[in-house]
Ligand binder design. Structure first.
Ligand SMILES: Cc1ncc(COP(=O)(O)O)c(C=O)c1O
Length: 365
């Protein structure tokens, strides 16, 4: 009889706060329109249609708005976030901007653990949403520092790198893949031959790769990776323990280890893109689009145009979809500045003409 125990921790007021918090997050989704799918005319690849999913138009300016919403809902529904929880994240900046927005929406304290050197614009965006930043010298140490800070403050570490692949409903629920396929319905090649993404957490790729299999589409997933990232060698060598000795130079993508949200089984092809090529393509694409895009969009587009060019040369027809991850406005003091690039050892020179050539006479290239 002594072993009988009954501990009731139900907390009606606490649950009411969580219910209202979830309502607010869902209301945000309901107020938001879906992001556009833009066509990129490519005169030199007549049989291949290229599309750009413009994630820079989210309320917080990047593809991370979707992930931040899912991470908050996941933690709220797990009973990990309550009325007075300090929320903590490790990020290269974009996710932190979006999470600061949701923390603000819920009246919660938010701390972003980010690498020193993250663009001033992103720091200003985090602080504008009421978040605070905790700078770390070694970009490869942001996750460990965020975990430590969560213990020290008694807060909750959202940990995008671990949870990104599981918090997003890959079967649908208007995830990024379902949105793309809906918007492709009336195109001449509605089922893309390829979708091309880059990887920071790997979550976007995991969602798209699982969705196309779940819906039994023949669409293949290609992942573009910048220099010094572990994703490409980890996938190539089928070795998830690969580490590189330094962080990526393209903000938001590439990691020095193969993060848990990178799902190699859904990746059909990987393309390693030189950092100079990423920046050169981001600049060329900004001219073509008439507005600026971030460097990771350059990485995506370089790989996309290599694939499109290959299809055209093989006489293959079809469509290829990639992503505008965020706007270039966030990088005016960094990737737009040749001196800043030179300090980082990134040289666009060798890639500028090739970028224009790959954009194959697209107006403004
Ligand atoms: C600007 C930018 N592009 C692309 C990505 C990659 O997205 P994911 O984390 O879903 O792999 C990130 C991720 O942080 C990012 O910040």
């Amino acid at each position: 009889m002594d072993s009988f125990a009954d501990i009731d921790r139900s907390d009606a007021a606490g649950r009411a706060w969580v219910h209202d918090a979830i309502r607010k997050v869902e209301a945000d989704a309901n107020r938001s329109a879906d992001t556009h799918l833009l066509r990129l005319p490519l005169p030199t690849c007549p049989g291949v249609d290229v599309y750009l999913k413009d994630e820079s138009t989210h309320p917080t300016g990047s593809l991370k708005h979707r992930l931040a919403r899912s991470l908050f809902l996941f933690a709220l529904c797990n009973g990990q976030i309550h009325q007075h929880t300090t929320v903590i994240e490790s990020s290269s900046g974009s996710t932190a901007v979006s999470e600061a927005y949701f923390a603000h929406l819920l009246g919660l304290k938010f701390i972003a653990v980010i690498p020193r050197g993250t663009s001033e614009e992103k720091i200003a965006l985090i602080e504008r949403e009421g978040g605070s930043v905790h700078l770390v010298d070694d970009p490869t140490a942001i996750s460990a520092e965020a975990a430590r800070l969560a213990i020290e403050t008694g807060g909750h570490y959202l940990d995008q790198f671990t949870h990104a692949e599981r918090v997003t409903d890959w079967r649908g629920n208007n995830n990024i893949a379902e949105s793309i396929f809906n918007q492709m319905r009336y195109e001449r090649h509605p089922i893309p031959s390829w979708v091309v993404v880059s990887a920071g957490t790997g979550g976007t790729g995991a969602t798209i790769g699982r969705y196309v299999r779940y819906r039994r589409h023949d669409t293949r997933l290609a992942v573009a990776d910048p220099e010094f990232s572990a994703f490409f060698p980890g996938w190539r060598d089928k070795d998830p323990s690969v580490h590189t000795d330094r962080g990526s130079r393209i903000e938001g993508i590439g990691r020095n280890r193969v993060e848990k949200s990178f799902v190699p089984g859904v990746v059909d092809r990987m393309i390693s893109v030189p950092d100079g090529a990423s920046v050169a393509m981001a600049r060329a694409a900004s001219r073509v689009l008439g507005r600026t895009v971030g460097p990771s969009t350059g990485t995506n587009l370089w790989a996309t145009l290599v694939i499109a060019r290959g299809m055209a040369e093989a006489g293959e027809e079809g469509s290829v979809v990639t992503m505008i991850c965020d706007s270039g406005e966030r990088y005016s003091c960094t990737y737009d500045d040749d001196e800043w690039l030179a300090d980082l050892g990134i040289d666009c020179g060798p890639y500028t003409d090739l970028a224009a050539d790959l954009l194959g006479g697209a107006p403004g290239a």
